[in-house]
Design a protein around this ligand. Structure first.
Ligand code: ZN
Length: 353
């Protein structure tokens, strides 16, 4: 028998060889009790949230973020201090407070938010950064594109040939005045009085690796999400879950975990020793119940060695020790957390420069 190798086979083979071993990094940057995640690709970077903790002595953790970004861009000089897009999950200072300083120091090409105006920091960036494109996302827009998600050039601006991500957003600003019923679940305007429940839900796919970010979406917001995407929940499946609302007790439900099926989870929260308003201690983050649930969740990959960590069992209580035996990380335990993911779905956690 004679085997013939077609041109298509050769092209596919060359393509496979060219993408083999390519990887991205997700930098969950330790900026105390606030969120800033830098997604590093070969052809550019995305930031999900750019917050800051504002301490009672008016010290901000923005400095930590800028120092991290300075070191990053010193290493990746090819990126010319350019951030391709910043997605702000919702309008709270621990998710947007550092935008002004970032736009003063680096070139930002796009910004995506869940509010159109009244978001001073997003507005500052738009006013001060020449040529920045802003996209405001609504839930109704997201649902009109169900189940594929919103996929605009401001969300995913990359033109990376074979080695880029696919970034999609599934939610936006919720506009409910009258009570609505969705797949048997009833929702009221009051459920959305907190900006947390307007958080963007963002999925990043890189080859066979995937990440899910739910911002600070709380129980009602998660219920609304799952009710609206009922029957299509597999779109939220992801290898890495950024634990909602800094590991709060009100933002990771078993219904959500059943859908995500996470193998790795990362919490962004402040060091348990910090005291005062707005700290992890003040909020009770990360919560023991959530850490326990993730630690025991059957899809989570177990770690080779257990580690003793500190968690809270309520607000303004003393931290208590807990043993984590799965691939669960927190900026509150290990400072910066960096995950390397390749196109074949291999994920490593390490301390790369
Ligand atoms: Zn938050």
């Amino acid at each position: 028998m004679i085997f013939r190798i077609s041109h298509v086979t050769i092209v596919l083979l060359l393509f496979s060889l060219s993408v083999l071993g390519q990887s991205m990094k997700a930098h969950f940057i330790d900026i105390d009790q606030a969120d800033a995640t830098l997604l590093e690709f070969e052809c550019g970077v995305v930031m999900i949230d750019a917050g800051s903790q504002v301490f009672t002595n008016s010290k901000k953790s923005t400095e930590k973020l800028i120092n991290y970004l300075d070191a990053f861009f010193e290493r990746r000089t090819d990126l010319n201090k350019t951030i391709n897009t910043i997605l702000i999950t919702h309008n709270h200072y621990d998710h947007n407070e550092s935008l002004n300083e970032i736009s003063d120091k680096y070139k930002v090409l796009n910004v995506v938010s869940t509010e159109n105006y009244n978001t001073n920091d997003v507005q500052y960036l738009i006013n001060n950064e020449e040529g920045v494109e802003h996209r405001y996302l609504t839930y109704s827009d997201a649902l009109s594109k169900k189940p594929n998600g919103m996929y605009y050039k401001q969300i995913d601006p990359f033109d990376c040939d074979d080695n880029g991500p696919v970034i999609k957003v599934f939610t936006g600003m919720v506009e409910i005045d009258e009570p609505v019923e969705v797949n048997g679940h009833k929702f009221y305007k009051s459920h959305f009085s907190n900006p947390n429940n307007h958080s963007l839900v963002i999925k990043v796919v890189y080859g066979e690796s995937s990440f899910l970010f739910t911002g600070d979406l709380e129980d009602e917001g998660i219920e609304y999400l799952l009710a609206n995407y009922y029957g299509n929940e597999e779109i939220f499946e992801a290898d890495v879950y950024q634990v909602g609302h800094h590991g709060s007790s009100n933002a990771t439900t078993s219904e959500l975990l059943k859908v995500i099926k996470p193998k790795y989870a990362v919490i962004s929260a402040g060091f348990s020793g910090d005291r005062g308003k707005g700290t992890g201690w003040d909020h009770g983050h990360p919560n023991k119940g959530v850490v326990k649930m993730l630690n025991e969740w059957d899809t989570m990959i177990k770690s080779e060695m257990g580690k003793k960590v500190l968690v809270f069992d309520g607000q303004e209580t003393e931290p208590i020790e807990f043993e984590v035996v799965s691939n669960l990380y927190c900026t509150c335990w290990e400072n910066n957390v960096i995950l390397k993911a390749d196109v074949e779905g291999n994920i490593e956690v390490g301390n790369w420069p």
